[in-house]
Ligand binder design. Structure first.
Ligand code: MG
Length: 434
């Protein structure tokens, strides 16, 4: 009998199958997989914070001594929950299965809890999926980009983040990056949503991170007036609204920024408001980037197919790993939508490497966000991708090219505190999306 064949018909969900034996439907195990070459021996997750941001890395060990893979499962603010899903649920599900069958295992993992496409579980699946691609590359003796079709380019152009308290400070940071050969810079002033607006709140207002959407929208236009005038046209400028405006305010800001020829405007609307993109699209000739909060293919399908965005920027450690991301890139290619995978500090170097392998192989690659690694992170993750000039390079090695020193990772335990930066509020004290 095939290892995954049920002993009772499973064609109907439990509540609709009165002729089925309930004991079969409630079983939590299936017959073990037959040995098939190299198999999965263990799935573990390691939490570490060498840069002060929680990272989650999944390690998949195989029946072949010394052969293992690493994947990024980072959900910085629910790190232990992701680790628990990987070790308590995916490890027993996957032990003994054939490491070669990535597509099959992706479906098995996605379906196993019945409910699917949510945060935490998707992160854990992403970690396993990337680790399986890492293993496949190691077995083939090839970098993962070769398995994806080979290089379209030698390295990925990146954008860096410039912030500051005033237009002059932001400009100085932009010029500093330009001097390093960086040609794409995201400009923010005072963080997402601008400067604190705590002093506008009524008496007794709740604690939180206050911002003023109107003040922010005015300041950001003044910022780009200044930076574009002083930095000139030799640099591509980007901005992230981070869903901090009401939809029509975002439309108005996009129109106001039109003369500054942004490379893209990011997250102008929250993921719950995809229909607003049609209105925004009809109002402003500004390239739009969207997607770091997406979990599910239905969240991006219409935006891409209706050409309502220009750049897709999902968090690959969130959507399920390389397996769904490579399909998403190919889907976007059909509509002239380019990739700009999420690459902030809450993606591990393993996740950044996965981004880059996709970047190298995708004809419709656009730009790669690049947060950079500190010295401690580079020590914990030997083989980190490298930034030279305005380009990021992967290590030319089989698999993803990044390793994990677990002894060093243990020196940087994850932060156990309550997440503060997402507790955002409007001037009247009401809660807002972060
Ligand atoms: Mg963003």
């Amino acid at each position: 009998m095939p290892h995954d064949a049920p002993s009772a018909p499973m064609s109907a969900p439990p509540s609709h199958g009165p002729d089925l034996n309930p004991n079969d439907l409630l079983r939590t195990t299936v017959d073990p997989a037959p040995p098939a070459g190299v198999t999965i021996r263990q799935v573990r997750a390691i939490c570490t914070a060498p840069a002060g941001i929680n990272l989650v890395v999944v390690r998949v060990d195989t029946s072949e001594p010394g052969l293992y893979g690493l994947g990024c499962a980072t959900f910085a603010y629910r790190a232990h929950a992701v680790k628990d899903v990987a070790e308590r649920y995916l490890d027993p599900l996957l032990r003994g299965r054939d490491v070669h069958r990535i597509e099959d295992l992706f479906r098995i993992m996605m379906a196993n809890a019945y409910w699917r496409n949510g945060p935490i579980q998707n992160n854990a699946i992403s970690g396993v999926d990337m680790a399986l691609w890492d293993i496949k590359g190691k077995m083939a003796g090839m970098p993962v980009y070769q398995l994806l079709g080979g290089k379209c380019r030698e390295a990925a152009a990146v954008y860096r983040h410039a912030d500051g308290g005033s237009p002059g400070e932001v400009l100085d940071n932009v010029l500093g990056y330009m001097a390093q050969g960086i040609r794409h810079v995201r400009c923010q002033m005072g963080g997402y949503g601008g400067k604190s607006a705590r002093d506008l709140a009524p008496a007794g207002a709740q604690p939180g991170i206050y911002f003023d959407p109107q003040g922010y929208a005015r300041d950001v236009v003044a910022l780009f007036d200044h930076v574009r005038e002083k930095a000139g046209d030799g640099v591509e400028l980007l901005h992230d609204i981070h869903e901090r405006l009401a939809p029509m305010e975002a439309v108005r800001l996009a129109k106001a920024l039109e003369p500054h020829r942004l490379f893209f405007l990011e997250d102008p609307l929250p993921p719950e408001q995809p229909e607003w993109f049609r209105i925004l699209r009809n109002q402003a000739a500004v390239p739009l980037a969207m997607g770091e909060l997406f979990n599910n293919p239905v969240e991006w399908r219409a935006l891409v197919a209706e050409r309502l965005i220009d750049y897709i920027r999902v968090h690959i450690s969130q959507v399920g790993g390389i397996t769904p991301a490579r399909k998403l890139a190919a889907f976007c290619e059909q509509f002239e939508v380019r990739t700009a995978w999420h690459g902030p500090g809450d993606v591990s170097p393993v996740g950044h490497a996965a981004n880059l392998h996709l970047d190298l192989a995708a004809p419709n690659f656009g730009i790669q966000e690049w947060a950079g690694f500190n010295e401690q992170t580079r020590e914990v993750f030997p083989g980190c991708p490298e930034l030279r000039g305005g380009y990021a390079y992967v290590r030319e090695a089989p698999g993803l090219g990044v390793d994990l020193d677990e002894a060093k990772a243990a020196l940087y335990p994850p932060d156990e505190g309550v997440t503060a930066w997402t507790q955002t509020r409007l001037p009247d004290g009401s809660p807002a999306w972060p």
